[in-house]
Design a protein around this ligand. Structure first.
Ligand code: SF4
Length: 266
């Protein structure tokens, strides 16, 4: 009798992996290897071969962008909205709800706050999930240090869009209802709120298809080539740690993408 064939387990991915891959596949490898080093003391494996030919641009194509709504000012919160999830690993999230409007879903009241999509081998943590009065849900990703002014000019907005789409999928799987959109909320702690704004990113069939294809592409990529470019290399944290041999620029600071290394959210 033939032994049953083992089904290969797909490579585990997170929204942050997708964002990092979109910037530079080699950066994704280095970020993961450095996370392993932080927990085990030994740098994790990096699959990029030493003789790889760097790319000029990301190998991942952009998600659909035509329906994105950009809004200045505070995020609209209505009286019958409820906060049903909050990432308990984050201590700098804005307080958008009075205590009586916080109704954390029982799935997340036992110290467990990672949203897991077992079917797609995907997991991560939005900052917040809001339930509307009609039962509709949407995730909120908060970018504390990303000023809203110059939304369309600033580098990194596309990465935020990818993160919002990925979090919509996790909310759908976890709560059993597809969000119609995800929100990226841009704060402005230093400027008194003058630059606040938020972006509504739709989540429909086109976005879900994009996400699935993107995850397949990441998993099939055996090279994880570097995309060496002045702007991305200048804000690449593995570069700041001296880990990248392909860097096109000196590390200047995190700029407009959040720190993946400082955050435990995976
Ligand atoms: S320094 Fe540049 S090439 Fe190297 S991992 Fe970072 S973004 Fe990629």
């Amino acid at each position: 009798m033939l032994a049953p064939l083992a089904v290969p387990v797909p490579e585990h991915l997170t929204p942050h992996d997708l964002v990092t891959y979109f910037r530079c596949p080699h950066e994704m490898e280095l970020v993961r290897a450095m996370h392993t080093q932080r927990s085990t003391g030994t740098m994790g494996p990096v699959r990029t071969p030493l003789d790889v030919v760097p790319l000029h641009q990301s190998p991942l194509f952009s998600p659909p962008l035509s329906q994105i709504l950009v809004n200045e000012g505070r995020l609209d919160i209505f009286d019958d909205d409820r906060l049903v999830y909050e990432d308990d690993g984050e201590d700098d999230l804005p307080v958008l709800f009075p205590p009586e409007h916080v109704q954390i879903d029982p799935k997340f009241t036992n110290g467990h706050s990672t949203l897991v999509d077992a079917a797609w081998g995907f997991a991560g943590r939005p900052d917040l999930v809001v339930r509307r009065g009609d039962g509709g849900l949407f995730p909120v990703e908060y970018k504390e240090t990303h000023l809203f002014g110059g939304y369309h000019q600033a580098h990194g907005r596309l990465f935020d869009t990818i993160q919002a789409i990925a979090e919509c999928r996790l909310v759908e799987v976890t709560f059993g209802r597809r969000p119609a959109f995800g929100v990226v909320l841009y704060g402005d702690e230093s400027g008194g709120g003058v630059h606040e704004g938020w972006v509504q990113i739709p989540y429909g069939d086109a976005e879900e298809r994009w996400l699935k294809v993107a995850m397949d592409q990441v998993r099939q990529d055996r090279i994880r080539a570097p995309v060496a470019a002045l702007r991305t290399c200048g804000s690449c944290e593995p570069n700041g740690e001296g880990q990248c041999r392909f860097a096109a620029a000196r590390y200047e600071g995190p700029h407009h993408h959040q720190s993946f290394l400082a955050s435990p959210r995976r």
